[in-house]
Design a protein around this ligand. Structure first.
Ligand code: DGL
Length: 265
């Protein structure tokens, strides 16, 4: 494996850019090849078979381009299981952190909220990860299907966002959670609206940093970490790269990125 190859980063659309931002900070010398399937987003309301087929197309595409590691910057894809995504490729596959340690070290009342896609919530993966560490913790997972279409259309604030946030926050507030995990990589785009809705006393957490640390650890162990040079990210979308680029400007240092529309075929 050549350490000069980029790190592959994959999401159903623009959400993984919130992880790419953290990766670029944690791994400043690395190059990244990002693929966002904006032509077929959102994934979170699809069937497992559909998601697996689309993920296979993206991983084959990244493999053909050449990457030294794959970071799955999407919770919905991660809950399929990173082992099954790796499935014979030479590169290691790092999934999104479930944020269990982060949530448990932050909560005081052991009532943890999870905001995610319906697919992620149905998997029960975040609840299981928290309860594997502390069986007495309570986890309240809320599917938030209205968020991803808003974020994909570049809407991060205003009436539509506020009313969707209020709708999904209500059951978590009623349950008395004191931390909320943003367990969909799209949701950091609307983090200010989520924080405003929950108010003081509830801490909103993003597990992207724990994910980036895991990616770094794997590279170090494999002797693949780049120690010099300024990294660059090639950000590719399967549709509407101009919109993707405009959205990226809200999240990334676009000076260190180039943008492209690609076909996975
Ligand atoms: N960004 C995604 C996640 O972390 C998925 C959004 C979607 O396509 O529904 O789950």
């Amino acid at each position: 494996m050549d350490k000069n190859l980029p790190i592959g980063v994959m999401d159903s659309g623009v959400g993984g850019l919130s992880v790419l931002k953290v990766l670029q900070k944690a791994l400043p010398h690395e190059d990244f090849l990002y693929i966002g399937d904006t032509a077929r987003t959102p994934y979170g309301q699809r069937t497992e078979a559909e998601i697996r087929a689309m993920v296979r197309e993206m991983t084959d595409w990244l493999d053909a381009k050449g990457v030294k590691q794959l970071v799955v910057a999407c919770n919905t894809i991660t809950v399929l299981g990173t082992e099954s995504i790796k499935n014979g490729y030479a590169f290691d596959v790092i999934g999104m952190s479930k944020g269990a340690e982060l949530a448990l070290s932050t909560t005081k009342n052991k009532k943890i909220g999870v905001m995610a896609t319906p697919f992620t919530v149905a998997s029960g993966a975040h609840k299981a990860a928290v309860q594997a560490l502390d069986a007495s913790a309570e986890v309240f997972a809320q599917g938030c299907p209205k968020f991803v279409p808003l974020i994909e259309s570049g809407v991060f604030e205003g009436e539509a966002v506020q009313s969707a946030v209020a709708e999904y926050a209500a059951p978590l507030k009623a349950a008395g959670v004191d931390v909320v995990l943003l367990s969909c990589t799209h949701f950091p785009f609307i983090r200010p609206a989520v924080e405003a809705e929950f108010g003081e006393g509830v801490t909103v957490l993003d597990p992207a940093e724990a994910t980036a640390l895991q990616a770094r650890l794997y590279l170090e162990r494999a002797g693949l970490l780049k120690m010099q040079g300024t990294g660059h990210a090639e950000v590719c979308f399967t549709a509407d790269a101009a919109r993707g680029r405009a959205i990226a400007q809200h999240m990334l240092d676009t000076e260190r990125c180039s943008f492209k529309e690609v076909s996975l075929k």
